[in-house]
Ligand binder design. Structure first.
Ligand SMILES: Cc1cc2nc3c(=O)[nH]c(=O)nc-3n(C[C@H](O)[C@H](O)[C@H](O)COP(=O)(O)OP(=O)(O)OC[C@H]3O[C@@H](n4cnc5c(N)ncnc54)[C@H](O)[C@@H]3O)c2cc1C
Length: 288
């Protein structure tokens, strides 16, 4: 039963409140609202709001862009100009895929990751980009890749802790990325989503690849075999069709809008498109 709401002024205050075990962080509140309505916050007594805790920054150091946990989708689209570079287009497209402006204006990028909901878009792009979360608690800080931080449906690696910031690695020239979402309508959640990141050499051979599917498993699903099969190749469509057959051995989560078989076929088509787009963007880096 919720009986308190605290706007903390710094991280220490937040961590102290979380220590009790019956407090939870509130970001934009857009998922919390849904969880509350469904009776999933029965044990929570205190909402901890980080708005005044000094975590609304977008900074950079030599290796990373650092996005404070209070940064909203709209703010990141407006001020994160780096997102329009070929390397980060997947994250740009994933955030743009969240259509309601009212949601984008309050929802935080950290809240999206901490929700651990398989049909949310940004966590899929962040996983493919190798983004990390900085986790803070009363015992200090630790860092974890987004792909490992989300452990399942509504499940993430937090133990009376909070996410302080996201670290987005700085990626070199010759890297391109792409995110594609396919839903029943533009406003709907994705039936399947895909995010690909490839790095290519000047001769057009793929040197590294990341391929993640969203709403396919309980957490962003890495298609490791396809990633490996892309190495040292140029992505000809027929070759891609062949390697995507590896998805035949997977079992995506079905929904009332699409059976497992349908999602598998959809994932193949979207992944081919996404790899080709990411590849084109990566090559643009060498041409400019
Ligand atoms: C109408 C509507 C349409 C939507 N459409 C889409 C869509 O198309 N694509 C999509 O991806 N999403 C969509 N969403 C979901 C939206 O993106 C998420 O609700 C939002 O990202 C959650 O962020 P938040 O800041 O509001 O999180 P909150 O609701 O505040 O929190 C969500 C969860 O994360 C935890 N949390 C938040 N911040 C932290 C932190 N710093 N540290 C630790 N835990 C934290 C909370 O305790 C809670 O468990 C939609 C939502 C609505 C209401």
């Amino acid at each position: 039963m919720i009986n308190d709401y605290v706007k903390v002024r710094n991280l220490e205050e937040a961590c102290d409140l979380l220590k009790s075990g019956n407090a939870t962080i509130i970001g934009g509140g857009t998922t919390i609202f849904e969880l509350y309505e469904r009776g999933l916050l029965q044990d929570v007594e205190v909402f901890v709001d980080l708005e005044k805790a000094g975590l609304d920054y977008i900074l950079e150091d030599e290796a990373h862009y650092r996005i404070g946990s209070c940064v909203t989708f709209s703010r990141l689209l407006e001020e994160g100009t780096f997102l329009r570079n070929p390397q980060y287009m997947s994250l740009w497209e994933a955030i743009k895929a969240v259509k309601p402006m009212q949601v984008k204006n309050v929802a935080t990028i950290s809240g999206s990751v901490c929700s651990a909901i398989p049909f949310y878009d940004p966590p899929v792009a962040l996983s493919s980009l190798g983004a990390k979360v900085v986790i803070a608690g009363s015992n200090g800080e630790r860092v974890k890749e987004v792909k490992d931080f989300i452990t399942g449906f509504l499940s993430r690696d937090l133990n009376r802790e909070l996410v302080k910031e996201l670290l987005l690695p700085k990626l070199p020239k010759g890297v391109g990325s792409s995110f594609i979402k396919f839903g029943r309508t533009r406003f709907d959640y994705g039936l399947v989503t895909v995010s690909c990141v490839v790095s290519v050499d000047e001769d057009g051979f793929i040197k590294s690849a990341k391929v993640f599917l969203g709403n396919y498993d309980q957490k962003p699903f890495e298609v490791v075999e396809v990633e490996r099969a892309l190495l040292d190749r140029r992505p000809e469509p027929n070759y891609l069709k062949g390697i995507l057959r590896r998805l035949d051995e997977t079992t995506p989560i079905p929904s009332i809008h699409g059976s497992s078989e349908y999602k598998k076929e959809l994932a193949k088509t979207l992944t081919i498109r996404s790899i080709l787009t990411a590849y084109e963007r990566a090559m643009m880096g060498w041409r400019s």
